[in-house]
Write a protein that binds this ligand. Structure first.
Ligand SMILES: Nc1ncnc2c1ncn2[C@@H]1O[C@H](COP(=O)(O)OP(=O)(O)OP(=O)(O)O)[C@@H](O)[C@H]1O
Ligand SMILES: [Mg+2]
Length: 605
């Protein structure tokens, strides 16, 4: 059969294009709000119903459109923002493709109401699946109101792909947050099902940050302002203790456009030096103003990425501006060199007691490590377990009191307040007190989770945590899941929650950075938790538990009593797999009789 090539009709072409530009309700919000900003509005109201699946309404007080322009606006490649390809190289408006409205109207039912201040009477056009249903005169305020109903009603595949209402509103709120921050002199209001989600007044940037993120983050802000031959950077960074485990709090803008860019995030991290641990990110609100011809915004269909023609100049400007602002605020910043980045912490060194074979490979020996006698793990794990555990104990999974008593352990002493030395039937035990305690705490918590009965502890001082509006919008979902893990939280104020109790294995206090990390981990894994998997199957659980099992546990260097050490070892040995901590490091090294005899060359038998 000979295939015939056909030219696609406009509706089909627009529907295909919409697939690129309009991915989900948040993309509609973004495109429409950007249009409102381009139309010089200073008040933008956004009403959403059902995560944007049933209704998205944007009302602005911008310059509006006259009836002819309103009809043109829904056609593809119609724009008032550029006139030719040369303009593409110096773009100051947010839109320029003339594609957004055409895409939106092709996949939804849309009403547009608009009036310019020169016109007494406004216009109302109604479009469905790209087809103009009617246009008529109407009395309407100056500005534009666009109502988008039943998004993807004619693209069932897309509609079915939409996520839960909570996920969609989360995305919308994040977009609106970014757009609001991009224009501090525009007032924003976002409502979901009639409820206020975000209100950002017109004003200066700090006022907006306070309104959107709350006092806590606003108080941690450090101003930054630098100007170097036509390259300007200003905004706020925050104190290092506000660091987060994800890049979600990097708010970066180039020529008033919210973008994400690796050069900017890398340069910022470098500016913070070692004040923020590797792999964590600060909260920043950075505004770069560069000559438009040195920024390529036409890189990605959603315009979220940009390319700089002078990348290294941008990098060094940001790095030095961040560094200077931190230093001006009284912080001493040390540059992150490759060496500091990869140097293992003392704790890691202690855990990695080496076997003979890797002695030579250690790259950064600390003096304590270098002086350690050469202990050796004698036998394979399996052999060791069988060789000393009373048969009644194999398979014991939790802290079984009677089983503990059966293990004959005598603690002889503790070396350097770090290693417990004990005598047992199986030989001489050398145990890392931190790794041992961490393992015990870890197993205890996992067991409580399995039994769905996590012991909780009221915090002596409840912790307030500022959330972003997008996180706050899906707070109920987070709260429910936090509860399962032993964290009790309540709403405290605008975008703020209060943590009242924590799993008792975490002790009686928690600092807010750790609390925030825990919330982030749970938030990122909500869907996994919802699938009702077994605790052992939850991939993130190790991360979660090791955050607090590790911090809460006895540290190397902590003084503990002999009796405490004895209880700790007994508790450890009553576990199914006592020999490795949750991070995979050994908890106990056994010097059995054979080996000791061998060391003393008594192996004459
Ligand atoms: N809220 C609004 N107020 C005034 N004019 C508007 C508004 N929304 C759209 N327009 C007009 O409609 C035109 C088409 O909008 P559309 O979003 O489709 O394209 P664009 O903004 O020019 O480019 P892009 O596809 O990159 O967004 C705009 O160029 C503008 O003239
Ligand atoms: Mg546009």
């Amino acid at each position: 059969m000979k295939l015939k090539i056909l030219e696609l009709d406009t509706l089909t072409i627009n529907k295909i294009a919409a697939g690129e530009v309009i991915e989900r309700p948040a993309s509609v919000v973004k495109e429409l709000v950007e249009n409102s900003l381009d139309a010089q509005s200073d008040q933008i109201t956004i009403n959403i119903h059902e995560g944007g699946k049933s209704l998205i309404e944007i009302i602005d007080n911008g310059m509006g459109m006259n009836p002819e322009d309103a009809i043109l606006s829904i056609k593809r490649h119609t724009t008032s923002k550029i006139t030719n390809a040369d303009d593409l190289f110096s773009i100051y408006s947010l839109g320029f493709r003339g594609e957004a409205l055409a895409s939106i109207v092709s996949v939804a039912q849309v009403e547009i109401f608009s009036r310019t201040k020169e016109n007494e009477i406004g216009t109302h056009i109604s479009v469905e699946g790209g087809k103009l249903i009617f246009n008529k005169n109407i009395s309407t305020p100056v500005g534009t109101r666009i109502v988008v109903k039943n998004l993807f009603y004619n693209v069932p595949v897309r509609r079915n792909f939409l996520k839960t209402i909570s996920t969609e509103i989360n995305h919308i709120t994040e977009f609106v947050t970014r757009l609001a921050l991009s224009q501090p002199d525009v007032a924003f209001s976002l409502k979901h099902n009639g409820k206020d989600i975000l209100t950002a007044p017109k004003g200066d940037l700090l006022a907006q940050i306070t309104a959107i993120f709350g006092e806590q983050i606003a108080k941690g802000c450090i101003a930054l302002d630098k100007d170097e031959d036509n390259y300007k950077i200003k905004g706020f960074i925050t104190k290092p203790e506000f660091s987060r485990k994800s890049k979600d709090y990097l708010y970066t803008f180039v020529n008033m456009r919210s973008i994400s860019n690796k050069t900017i995030s890398d340069a910022t991290s470098r500016g913070y030096g070692t004040s923020i641990p590797h792999g964590r990110f600060p909260i920043i609100f950075l505004y770069l103003t560069l000559p438009a011809e040195e920024v390529d915004v036409n890189v990605h269909p959603t315009k979220r990425e940009v390319r700089f023609s002078k990348e290294s100049k941008v990098y060094s400007l940001i790095e030095s501006a961040v560094r200077q602002a931190l230093e001006k605020s009284g912080l001493e910043i040390f540059e992150r060199t490759l060496e500091t980045r990869f140097k293992p912490t003392t704790l890691t060194n202690i855990g990695k007691l080496k076997t003979k074979s890797d002695t030579s490979k250690r790259t950064t020996p600390t003096s304590t490590i270098a002086k350690q006698p050469k202990f050796q793990i004698i036998k394979s794990k399996e052999q060791r377990i069988d060789s000393f555990l009373p048969s009644s104990m194999t398979g014991v999974s939790d802290l079984d009191k009677t089983a503990q008593q059966k293990v004959g352990i005598k603690v002889l002493g503790i070396i350097k307040d770090t290693y417990i030395v004990a005598e047992t039937e199986a030989g001489l035990f050398l145990s890392d007190q931190h790794a041992a305690h961490e393992k015990v705490n870890y197993e205890r918590y996992i067991n409580q989770l399995k039994n769905k009965r996590v012991n909780v502890q009221q915090l002596l001082a409840p912790v307030n945590i500022a959330l972003k509006p997008s996180e706050f919008a899906s707070f109920e979902e987070i709260r429910e899941n936090m509860g399962l893990f032993g964290f009790e939280i309540d709403v405290f104020g605008k975008n703020e929650i209060i943590l009242r109790s924590i799993p008792s294995i975490m002790g009686v206090s928690i600092d807010f950075t750790i609390a925030k990390d825990i919330i982030d981990i749970i938030k990122e894994n909500v869907s996994e938790i919802k699938n009702n998997l077994q605790v052992e199957d939850l991939k993130f659980i190790k991360d979660l538990v090791s955050i607090f099992a590790c911090r809460r546990s006895i540290k190397a260097g902590d003084k503990i009593a002999i009796e405490q050490a004895e209880t700790l070892l007994k508790n450890l040995l009553s576990l199914k797999e006592p020999f490795t901590c949750p991070h995979g490091r050994p908890t106990i090294i056994i010097l059995n009789e054979d080996y000791i005899e061998e060391l003393f060359k008594r192996d004459y038998r």
